[in-house]
Ligand binder design. Structure first.
Ligand SMILES: [Mn+2]
Length: 454
């Protein structure tokens, strides 16, 4: 946990911003996997962690906005529970650790809540949270508080130095996972063997994954979580994986490398293009520049490179405005990163990534841009352009003769089976511009070939 003062300040700030009423933040409960006592790995709610840091099950935190006083609700374990789970920190100590003014048993919670007629809650993303909140409020209408959501997003969007250190500590593990993957991959191994080494390394160092690992020779499947392919020389492997820090801050890194340890000429061409897309996008990563512009600059770079390779044609600006690049680059440049890997997405993707000035497009590809706002010092983001050859998408566009003034389908056909390439780093925005977080992870084709052949 951070020092209590950090949590006290965060809660006071929130209370002052909201001004009136009672904020109710619900910690997560254990979730059954296949029967009640066999539960999924516990992960505390990120908003709960942000405002009190307490990483335990079955807690509720309230903040009274007028008095700025907080109360922690929870129960010490019974001896019967201790027999199975062991002792846990007492509720009294938890309150002290987080600088919380009062603590009460859970049995007091509903009465205290019902006495207030101005309750502020956050959106729920689990069924059990929904039922618990309906029970607590004695009401089936549990619509979340718009002002609370807006304040939390504003507060959590700006990362302090302490938070950036946490992300850096997650990246230390992640960079080692990525090095292990590059050093261990070879012809004939199954993907799962490498995934096991990476997750094992994280576990050995007290860390877990911030999201399910994507490690696949089918890199064109954007979020594949299947690891049973045999990797062969000539294949590219895409590794999108990131560990969590001790306080549950996420990291999110992607590297793509050849199974053989050496890129073929055409793999190198496409790889270098994705690399240039990322470099181009990074030049836009500074205060007051919109992240959408960074995304579109990467897209234009993609069109220019693909035109050189004979896959696209026509004016790059026009091709991007029509969305032609999305055949190869169908996702957004990146997203915020923090306690969640897609930070605060549970509060609403549009509220986090868009505002009055930056509205979401409905064009295929651009519509998947999760974050579009003007950048501010303290924002932490991923920058993750990619180029993919997705057979089903190519077939569909070709059948519709879609944007054929910009896409040379005869050439594109030849790339079916190529896979996909994505390069992803995590950056922090400062007054001056951006800095790439964490240790350097081999990224140029030369660096990757070096580590794979050493
Ligand atoms: Mn990402």
């Amino acid at each position: 946990m951070f020092e209590p003062n950090i949590y006290i300040k965060r809660r006071k700030h929130l209370a002052r911003e909201i001004g009136d009423g009672l904020i109710v933040l619900i910690g997560n409960k254990p979730v059954p996997m296949n029967y009640p006592s066999n539960t999924l790995r516990f992960r505390q709610d990120s908003n709960f962690l942000y405002y009190c840091g307490l990483d335990y099950e079955n807690l509720v935190l309230t903040i009274d906005c007028a008095s700025e006083k907080s109360t922690l609700y929870g129960d010490d374990l019974t001896v019967d529970e201790i027999v199975w789970e062991g002792q846990r920190t007492s509720i009294k100590t938890m309150a002290e650790l987080s600088g919380i003014d009062r603590f009460e048993t859970t049995s007091k919670l509903q009465g205290d809540i019902i006495r207030s007629n101005d309750i502020h809650t956050l959106p729920v993303y689990r069924e059990d949270q929904k039922y618990f909140l309906q029970f607590l409020l004695n009401n089936s209408d549990i619509s979340s508080s718009k002002p609370l959501v807006a304040c939390v997003i504003k507060q959590r969007s700006i990362k302090s130095d302490d938070e950036i250190s946490e992300i850096n500590s997650a990246l230390k593990i992640t960079s080692e996972m990525h090095s292990i993957a590059m050093r261990s991959t070879r012809d004939g191994l199954l993907e799962q063997e490498i995934v096991g080494l990476m997750e094992g390394y994280a576990l050995q160092h007290g860390s877990r994954m911030a999201y399910p690992v994507i490690f696949t020779i089918n890199g064109e499947i954007l979020h594949s979580n299947i690891y049973d392919n045999v990797m062969k020389s000539g294949d590219l492997t895409l590794n999108d994986s990131g560990a969590e820090s001790p306080l549950h801050y996420a990291s999110d890194i992607t590297r793509t490398f050849p199974v053989s340890g050496k890129f073929t000429p055409i793999q190198k061409d496409i790889y270098d293009l994705v690399y240039e897309m990322q470099q181009t996008a990074l030049e836009f990563c500074k205060p007051k520049t919109s992240y959408k512009d960074a995304h579109l600059a990467a897209a234009k770079k993609a069109v220019m490179g693909l035109t050189k390779l004979g896959l696209m044609s026509g004016d790059p600006e026009e091709a991007v405005s029509k969305g032609a690049h999305a055949l190869f680059y169908p996702h957004g440049l990146g997203h915020m990163l923090g306690l969640d890997v897609h930070d605060m997405e549970g509060l609403g993707e549009d509220l986090v990534g868009y505002d009055d000035k930056n509205q979401r497009s409905d064009q295929f590809g651009l519509a998947y841009l999760r974050f579009s706002k003007d950048l501010e010092p303290g924002f932490v983001l991923t920058v993750e352009p990619g180029i993919y050859f997705i057979s089903h998408l190519i077939d569909q566009w070709k059948a519709d003769n879609k944007l054929s003034e910009h896409i040379n389908y005869a050439e594109v056909e030849k790339f079916k089976g190529f896979g996909g390439i994505r390069i992803e780093d995590n950056i922090a925005i400062s007054d001056k511009g951006y800095s790439v977080l964490g240790p350097h992870i081999p990224k140029t084709t030369e660096e990757i070939e070096d580590i794979m052949q050493s």
